[in-house]
Structures are given as structure tokens and as C-alpha cells.
Write a protein that binds this ligand. Sequence first.
Ligand SMILES: *Cc1c(COP(=O)(O)O)cnc(C)c1O
Length: 346
Amino acid sequence: MSTGHLTIDLSAIADNWRALDAKTNVETAAVVKANGYGMGAGRVARTLADAGARRFFVAVAEEGAAVREAVGPGPMIAVLSGHMDGDTDLIRDNSLTPMLNSVDQVLRHVESLPRQSFGIQLDTGMNRLGLEPEEWAALRDVALKQKPALLMSHLACADEPDHFMNQRQLTAFREMTDGLDVPRSLAATGGLLLGADYHFDVTRPGIGLYGGRPYEDAKTVVRLDLPVAQIRDVAPGESVGYGNTWTAQRPSRIATLAAGYADGLFRALSPGIKLFDGADAYPIAGRISMDLITVDITEMDPDRKPEIMTLMNNLQGVDALADVAGTIGYELLTQLSQRYKRSYIG
Ligand SMILES: *Cc1c(COP(=O)(O)O)cnc(C)c1O
């Protein structure tokens, strides 16, 4: 084994989906954008379709085509970026449901694919995607005649339950959609956890399925094992890695692992994270380089020569790593290397 090895637990993803679904009385969709948060959109979508998911959300039409191939003709596949210029063939050929974000997109859609399912994304304050309240007011009656499949908006601060923005956006969403006979969706993982006021007809969890915050009770989905390329002895006073940032204070043993920041293991993860040999943890020595990580295994039984060490597991999950790197689990998961061998369990 010369590259890292990602083991993705599909049954944990299905369990996380079921557990989130059980928190509401409404339909639970699944967000599989960015290749299923790095886990593999096709495998994840097929697993969740088997578990009962009937709607999937992707960021762009190309991702929708891949998910359609994986799940077959039944489920709705919603495209969050809407109907962008050049997407018409992909949307038609894969029966995608664009979430239309602007007046231009609405016109493009009804002119090019007048009978094709669509939804409407409304801006309730995040100012990223969606129709403004005034645009919606002007377009609403015409749009409703075309029978949209979903009205949706997105919360900016749902991972902070006490943030004033949640209530403000909820009120705005209600003002724009109350009394209309169209299914509604406001909540991603964070919104789902805010409670029933935020659930409407469909929730759209993403990160919670993959084991990340703010769904603290999620089952661990990812394990990352890295191959040991070399083990060496280092004398007191010798240093390890770029910039001489680590110097041996005692006779030491260093394991060099074959993965680095080019594999999504951000340089900011050094120092601070641990590598595991079974349940035993060992600190990084020096800086993470492009393709290599050096680990201080001085405390390990000197007769042991591990062939792999584990970077992500239930003891050091995606959020623990993200905290060290000063980022969020979403970024860490979606940067996991294409170089890793991937295998699926469950
Ligand atoms: C990414 C995204 C989601 C899923 O968000 P999570 O925080 O991962 O649950 C839902 N809706 C929209 C519009 C998104 O962009």
C-alpha cells in the first residue's frame, strides 16, 4: 500500500440519515454535493435511496447527472445553483429539478424546458442565492401557475441556535411562502436541529450524514489509514522536517507516513494532531510536507514496526482535525485526496 486508504462506512451514513429523519415528522432529503462531501456521491446516494431517501440535492447539474446514474429514474435530484447557462441538456437528459435563483433563471427555464420540474430558491437574508422578496412578489403568480416542486431558502447561522438570524430568516420565509400550496424546505443539518418550526415539508441535511458538527450524535463515517514509508532513529539535537521546527530532546524514533498537504492534510494540522497505532496515539514531529508526515513514535514498543498509522477514526474525527487546522469539518472532508484508495463497508 503506497497511498492512504479511506474506509467509508455506508451503514453509518444510513444510520445518521435515519436518526436525523426520526427527529422530524416531515420528509428528509439528503445533500450529496461535492461528490457526497468527498465520500462518493453515487455510493452515498444509492445507500440513502435504499434507506428511503426520495430527494437528493447537488450543487451543480454535472453532479446531478452522476447521482441520476447511481439512483435511477425515481428520486428527485435538485440542483442548488439552479438552471445556469449551458445546463439545459444536462437538466433535461437527467430529469434534474433546478432550484431557480433569479428572474433570468426562471425565464431561461420556462423558455427552454417548459414542462420540466423546477423549484424556487428564495433569499431570506443570506444574500447568496435566491429571489429577493420584491422579485418573488412580482413573479409569484406566474411562477405558481407553472407548479414549482419546492420552495426553499437557506439559513446563514443555523449552527448557532441562539443567533438572532435564525428567527429573522424563519419569519421572512413564512412571509414569502405562507398560504401557498407548494412544499417548502428551509433546514439543513443545523436548521433540522433547531426544532419543528424550521422543518416545513422537507429537510436537507448534509454534514450530519457524514458525521460532522453540528450533529454531535452522528456516527463516525470515515477512517483514514496512512502507510508508513520509513522508520528511523534520531539522536538528541537532530531535527526533523522543513524549517527544523522539531528537534529531538532524547533518542527518538520517527515514522514517515506517505500523505501530506497535497492529500488534504492541511499544513495547519501540524502540530496538534495525533496518529494512531491501534488505540495508542503519537504526535506529529515537525511540519506536514506535500506528500509526507513525520510522527514521533519514541514511546512505541521498539520492536514494533507498524505498516500503517491511522489519522481519522472515532478517537480523532473530522471536527477534531478541523479545529486544529482552524477550519470546519466540511472543508476537511471535501479536500480528502483523490489519491487515497477508497473502500466502502456496510
Ligand atoms: C450545503 C447545503 C445544505 C446542507 O447543509 P449542511 O450544513 O451540510 O447540512 C443544504 N442546503 C443548501 C442550500 C446548501 O447549500
